[in-house]
Design a protein around this ligand. Sequence first.
Ligand code: MIC
Ligand code: SF4
Length: 639
Amino acid sequence: MGLTIAQKIIKAHLVSGQMQVGEEIALRIDQTLTQDATGTMAYLEFETMGIDRVRTEKSVAYIDHNTLQSGFENADDHRYIQSVAKKHGIYFSRPGNGICHQVHLERFGVPGKTLIGSDSHTPTGGGIGMLAFGAGGLDVAVAMGGGAYYITMPKMIRVNLTGRLRPFVTAKDVSLEILRILSVKGGVGSIIEWGGEGVKTLSVPERATITNMGTELGATTSIFPSDETTRAFLAAEGREADYVPIAPDADAVYDRVIDIDLSALEPLIACPHMPDNVVKVSSLKGTKVDQVCIGSCTNSSLQDMLKVAALLKGRTIKDSVSLSISPGSKQVLSMLAECGALADMLAAGARVLECACGPCIGMGFSPNSGGVSLRTFNRNFEGRSGTKDAKVYLVSPECAVAAALTGEITDPRLLGEMPAIVMPEAFKIDDSAVIPPAAPEEAQALSVLRGPNIKEFPKAKPQTDCLSAAVALKVGDDITTDHIMPAGAKILPYRSNIPYLSKFCFAVCDESFAERALALGESVIVGGVNYGQGSSREHAALVPLYLGVRAVIAKSFARIHAANLINAGILPLTFKDPKDYDRLCRDSRISIEGVFEGMETGEMTLVDDKGERITLTCSFTERQKDILKAGGLLAYTKG
Ligand code: MIC
Ligand code: SF4
């Protein structure tokens, strides 16, 4: 039987396990990436493992999330990451060099290799045929130390593309279309492989937009073939030697096939507050817009930016709209400057922001109260922009420009002719903002610089056979990590200070949660479907751990978050009958006896204070059971 692209790469990297759907497999990891908001914790964890030098082919530490430096906290964390990187064999991409996923695609990604990153959008690398996964910081730390990365062997979904996108219809609309079809849960447990004749019509940045947003489907990862287009992209980056062709076998078997005719697509828009809340742009015609943001790891390539500049050229944005543009990397920004496109953006009235995540993670540029913000980003979760009652819509760069020019949601096809974009044959290569690690013989003498904002991270407790706790919080479906552990300009600087961060845990849902949980001592959280979707931030597990949370009982979990909970020694349990969710209330006391036996049989009984019995299920691999028993992945790895 033939293999899919992902199966070929998995096979070549398989350390243990059977390549059968649902089985746990361990993969050798060739490359890792971190960003600063999750990186500090990942490197603190790496340091406790006592390994001198990373054992990967390439590991890169990016600074792109927390670049405001509004106090000493960020600056100290950056200095810490820079010093730890130099000492332990990691490349350091300075603040200003760009968003991790964009820079990694440009300068480091290699088709056919495996990559894990402490950021959920690491699958962007699938745009050049890399098998790239978002993971918790601790999993990345283990991979840097040469350990394998464990996942459940996913199902394979093939999306078959035919036709060609029409003018003003973009890769972003392809992402929104697949979200419309599959929803934010539809990719869970699957790898999405893009194929078919239509693939040839898509450039590497367009493919990367699509694999980037595969994260919003809950997919394990997404991947495109590596073909002549990939070769040309790598050649333009001066890296043709990294090219290898990869395609599925003709008789590869997929669990599901979805067909999308690119020629039939129309401009689409995701409405507040979920990326799968997708409608046609034309159906919202005339909605007043206050703010437009162009950029993020989804849409900040040179190709996107050149299109934006060409559409803005000679025009002026509406007085009522504030427009920000964040190019994805120093490479993109300097090429925009050299060809005059940057001047066209500025002349039209855009505010050009740093090459960083910026508004996407609420680092500035929050909308006005109740404001409507159109963003080319990948997430529009409630409150993520920094303004709780803002209405954030997700669109293509072309649609963003149309709104900035007209002041309202406008079908970009009404802008007239799409100006032709000429992509340069070669990109401007300047790696001066990437600082290489010290040679092993020099590294010994180097010290690591820690600031006062770095506090100890909480240590998980070994699992006990009897769990007796109170329900500290009950939440609904599709709870994101932005609900559990919000980000944004006020909180993000404290990613290495769990005690401080804990004050904001679940604040979007219930401001009194943190205080209540601390007072309760040991507690559990009750959740609905797809609990923990979104980011890879392990803080969404470490902070509840600090607050005394011992288990999360939900209808279902998102992949990375479930792994982070186990790594933090917190039990992720599910209702055998989802209707039992209704029987649990906040503040009731529960007990679960026979946890160890339940971990073996896959079933446990919860008894509440009224004596009601509820059956919970779990499915842990031998390794996960050992991690939970040891008190988290760190204790397990060291033990
Ligand atoms: C995000 O887009 O939510 C982030 C910020 O990039 C996160 C990582 C983090 O929380 O630091 C992600 O996607 O994993
Ligand atoms: Fe940064 Fe936004 Fe991409 Fe996350 S989704 S890596 S915050 S640009």
